[in-house]
Design a protein around this ligand. Structure first.
Ligand code: 4AD
Ligand code: MG
Length: 505
């Protein structure tokens, strides 16, 4: 790294008011009024408005800066001053600088672009404010995950990525040719983790997870990150408590470390401040009763009315902007601003129209809920939207769930499992259960589900040699980040997303 004298980060400007410092970064945006230039610099830690006054620097540099393209790399030297109205609260009164590498015709402009274009340009789009804020929050989430388990007596166990057995449904396995032997990419570390729990007591694994999901929804990736704790001598209640303490800790860490990113993203911070134990607890049967209730239908009808109102407001604004834009009386920067708002507005309109179209379908699906099937995505959305804090849904029908879940001994139609639904329609972020710890019951369940017991001999062994009640859960990082950043699609919550229909770079 070349050492730049007096270089400070934008986040450290607060400690340098009145001093002359140098910032090194990229040109995020600029505007000029002839004698004054306002350059917004980003350096990976934040944004800073740098004010360049003619006469305060050489004419040559002034001229170069005036024509410098977006995303050019440069250093700017100047005096730091507090300026409430400026982004980040500080400004640099520029006294010098150096262009490191000019960028010409950067493809992503401050105007909006379509989703496909941005995915194709993900290597550049990562520099956008939105992606940067999400990346910073994801970093905190991951740090909080490790901190929580490390500070609570859990031992990290790295489970394999190449696996011999299926942990979840066999439909979503990615097969790998391992020197002629078929292996799979891991769907879950859980089964391996169960064996480690019998050695260490409390363990967790954390890593990339793969599902060949033939699902193009906003909640599914084919490669995602999952953290899974597993605890010996645990029952359903203790696992629910662990999960709610864990999720509350993650939220608290994000609130503590990422306030400014949450604000930039327009996240409802007071709603996050409410995320404290205890969370709501519903059984699957109770959730079904809610879905088929008049209350749910009323809730959906009110939502539909709200969507229609939003649609009308958007259409009015759209007409207004189109009129302004056609007037021919605007300066270039005003035209650009309107063009950007129009693109955003049109895509929001498409979204609200989809919601209006889906609402009656979701209402119908909810009303037709039948005991026995897994909850659908729209069912989860409705339940979570009807609650202001996360909701545990427990005791699902045995048939809808994985072979390893322990049957409820007081009702053998259901298992001792739980999903945690994030509020405001974000849906399932955690899936977990108590594990079947009885050798014969587990064997029977595997046979019923058509699994080859020979492949699972080592897993069955755990029920032979000192079996204990135990269980755990898995939390999906991208879904959690999507909820905390109010991001609709989880593909935005990982730097280089992999989806069924799109692996772009
Ligand atoms: O509910 P799941 O399938 O549970 C398990 O894998 C258990 N073996 C975990 C355990 O008990 N140790 O997945 C857990 C979580 C989901 O709640 C979701 O957050 C995330 O993993 N997840 C996905 N995230 C993105 N894309 C997908 N295709 C996902 N599938 C699951
Ligand atoms: Mg699940």
């Amino acid at each position: 790294m070349t050492a730049i004298p007096n270089k400070v980060c934008i986040t450290d400007l607060k400690n340098n008011v009145g001093k002359e410092v140098t910032l090194a970064g990229w040109l995020y945006n600029s505007r000029s009024s002839g004698k004054l230039q306002f350059l917004i610099l980003r350096d990976g830690t934040g944004l800073c408005q740098c004010v360049v006054e003619k006469g305060k620097i050489s004419d040559e540099l002034f001229d170069k800066l005036e024509h410098l393209g977006q995303e050019s790399s440069l250093t700017l030297t100047g005096t730091v001053r507090a300026e409430q109205r400026s982004v980040g609260g500080y400004e640099l009164a520029v006294t010098g600088g150096e262009i490191i590498s000019p960028a010409i015709d950067y493809p992503i402009t401050p105007k909006s672009h379509g989703v496909d274009f941005l995915l194709k340009n993900r290597h550049l789009h990562l520099r956008s404010q939105r992606q940067w804020c999400i990346g910073k929050i994801r970093h905190t989430v991951i740090d909080a995950i490790r901190r929580f388990f490390n500070d609570n007596g859990f031992t990290l166990i790295d489970t394999p990525i190449l696996t011999t057995i299926a942990g979840e449904d066999t439909q979503s396995l990615f097969e790998v040719d391992y020197f002629g032997q078929p292996l799979h990419l891991t769907q879950t570390g859980q089964l391996y983790l169960e064996s480690a729990a019998m050695s260490f007591g409390k363990v967790y694994c954390f890593g990339p997870t793969f599902r060949a999901e033939k699902s193009k929804t906003r909640r599914h990736l084919t490669e995602f990150w999952m953290v899974e704790p597993e605890v010996a001598f645990a029952d359903l209640n203790s696992l629910l408590e662990l999960a709610e303490n864990f999720v509350s800790f993650i939220v608290a860490q994000v609130l503590q470390n990422n306030k400014s990113q949450l604000e930039t993203l327009g996240v409802n911070i007071p709603a996050l401040e409410k995320i404290k134990p205890p969370f709501y607890r519903l059984t699957y049967t109770e959730a079904g009763n809610i879905l088929t209730s008049q209350k749910a239908q009323d809730f959906l009808a009110a939502q539909l009315a709200d969507f229609q109102k939003q649609k009308e407001q958007m259409e009015t604004r759209l007409a207004e902007l189109e009129k302004q834009s056609a007037s021919g009386k605007l300066k270039q920067w005003q035209q650009d601003k309107i063009a950007a708002e129009l693109i955003d507005l049109r895509s929001e309109l498409v979204e609200v129209n989809t919601k209006i179209e889906n609402n009656p379908k979701h209402a119908k699906l909810a009303a037709e809920f039948q005991w026995g099937k897994d909850l659908g995505g729209s069912d989860e959305t409705i339940i979570s939207q009807m609650h202001d804090k996360p909701v545990f849904v427990t005791h699902y029908p045995k048939e809808a769930k994985a072979f390893y879940m322990k049957t409820d001994r007081s009702n053998d139609k259901v298992v001792l499992n739980y999903d945690l639904l994030a509020p405001e329609g974000f849906g399932e972020i955690i899936g977990g259960s108590v594990r079947e710890d009885d050798y014969n019951m587990l064997l029977k369940r595997m046979q019923e589900m058509g699994l080859k017991a020979e492949s699972y001999n080592w897993y069955l062994d755990l029920r032979k040699y000192g079996s204990v009640p135990h269980g755990g859960f898995g939390l999906g990082v991208e879904r959690t980040v999507a909820w905390l950043t109010n991001e609709k699609h989880i593909r935005q919550c990982i730097a280089f997303p992999r989806m069924m229909d799109k692996v772009i770079i």
